[in-house]
Design a protein around this ligand. Structure first.
Ligand SMILES: *[C@@H]1O[C@H](CO)[C@@H](O)[C@H](O)[C@H]1NC(C)=O
Ligand SMILES: *[C@@H]1O[C@H](CO)[C@@H](O)[C@H](O)[C@H]1NC(C)=O
Ligand SMILES: *[C@@H]1O[C@H](CO)[C@@H](O)[C@H](O)[C@H]1NC(C)=O
Length: 322
């Protein structure tokens, strides 16, 4: 039989059958966990079956055929480990999801309703990004059960009420906390005192009180966005960790004078405008270094000296040399 004895043809036949075999096995064995698929389809339905999720087809394999950008599966277990949805048109509300998730991003959609309680069941989740949505209601205290969480963004929603005290249980693992651009009220829990964030964003809320406990030499924070609130504390007593490079406190009620600002800090942003600060602006190389510095001190009670007008003689020397 010349067909099978010809080595080249033999090889071809082998390749063709191998390909067929692979094709068949792909058709027959679906990798996607059926519970995960069910939950994903539920999320899709919850989001109002948006066109952007057209690839989430119940008849195909979620791990291999659904858009790679929107989700991914663990290579060994084939469980869905990450959901990444953003800018989804016409999104509805969030519905109960998977429990093996490590990454959840649903942002820039129009999902509304409260931050779902079921999130607290995602024990493996390390990353949650629900920013830029229309979420309402309070932050569920049960989020403190997310023992593996490192990153939490709930900013740019319509959240109200207080920041739950229980969140301090997420320290020290959680180092990125974004709650800015909501309608949060009350004080920042003092239990956050021992927590060292990389980034904390509480900007543009209606928070009040003394938050000087968020500062300190021992902190490893590099970004603190605290502007547009009603924070009220003595700024002159603060010390800063050496990594701090962005501090925005504009539009608050902070008082006192400017503390010594160490040249060790890699300052990129320091904005204390629109507060109640008073006294002499510390002079020196570091203070002149900021290009961003030009506007940082405007609209305060009585700050003076370069680059603002000189301090008046009325200011006592002790205060003027601080
Ligand atoms: C969300 O809704 C607003 C107003 O209803 C609309 O302008 C915006 O385009 C919507 N965004 C998305 C991503 O659907
Ligand atoms: C979270 O989502 C927002 C909005 O889509 C995006 O700009 C931001 O980069 C995301 N954050 C991270 C760290 O992925
Ligand atoms: C500081 O805050 C004020 C008030 O919001 C703003 O106008 C100014 O641009 C800010 N400066 C910098 C350098 O961000």
């Amino acid at each position: 039989n010349s067909f099978v004895t010809n080595p080249l043809k033999k090889m071809k036949l082998f390749l063709v059958s191998l390909f067929l075999l692979l094709f068949l096995s792909l058709c027959l064995s679906e990798k996607c966990n059926q519970n995960d698929k069910k939950a994903l389809l539920e999320i899709k339905k919850g989001l109002g079956n948006p066109y952007d999720l057209i690839t989430w087809d119940p008849n195909t394999d979620c791990c291999t055929d659904w858009a790679e950008v929107t989700l991914s599966c663990d290579e060994k277990t084939n469980r869905v480990t990450s959901i990444n949805l953003f800018k989804i048109e016409d999104a509805g509300y969030l519905s109960p999801a998977l429990t093996k998730l490590t990454f959840l991003r649903i942002s820039q959609t129009n999902i509304s309703g409260p931050v779902p309680e079921f999130l607290s069941k995602l024990k493996k989740v390390t990353y949650i990004n629900l920013s830029y949505n229309n979420l309402v209601g309070t932050i569920p205290p049960s989020l403190s059960q997310l023992v593996n969480l490192e990153f939490l963004r709930l900013d740019r929603n319509k959240l109200t009420g207080q920041i739950p005290d229980s969140l301090h249980k997420l320290a020290p693992k959680l180092t990125y906390l974004y709650l800015g651009h909501n309608q949060l009220t009350g004080i920042v829990p003092t239990s956050f005192a021992g927590w060292s964030f990389d980034t904390i964003d509480l900007s543009r809320n209606m928070l009040e009180g003394d938050i000087s406990f968020l500062f300190g030499k021992d902190k490893t924070t590099f970004e603190m966005l605290l502007d547009h609130n009603k924070f009220e504390f003595d700024f002159s007593k603060l010390t800063f960790g050496e990594r701090l490079e962005r501090l925005d406190l504009n539009h608050n009620k902070i008082y006192g004078s400017l503390p010594t600002i160490t040249s060790k800090n890699p300052w990129q942003l320091l904005n204390v405008s629109y507060n109640r600060l008073c006294g002499k602006i510390p002079q020196g190389e570091n203070m002149q270094r900021f290009e961003i510095y030009e506007y940082f001190h405007f609209h305060n009670k009585c700050l003076c000296d370069s680059p603002l007008p000189p301090c008046k003689l009325m200011i006592p020397m002790e205060e003027a040399t601080m």
